[in-house]
Design a protein around this ligand. Sequence first.
Ligand SMILES: [Zn+2]
Length: 89
Amino acid sequence: MSVTTTIKCDRCHKEVKNTEIKSININVADGANNRYEPSYSYPVKHADWCIDCCVEMQVYSPKKKTDEPTPPPITIEDLVREIVREETS
Ligand SMILES: [Zn+2]
């Protein structure tokens, strides 16, 4: 018998398998050079997003064909705004 866990995306509210969800975190770290040291960072905001939302918001990109058009880049401000919007709604 196998058990499948489903999780609801914090952004689009679609239910997906736990293997199809990504943890999105905004961390704050001391000093400019600590961005690669997670033990020195402090989580400030968190959201669980499905892969479709991650791709739409450009925080995750599965391998794709090179001839596909690239969407315009999303700014870090847009990304933070999206995560905070989910926490306040
Ligand atoms: Zn989603």
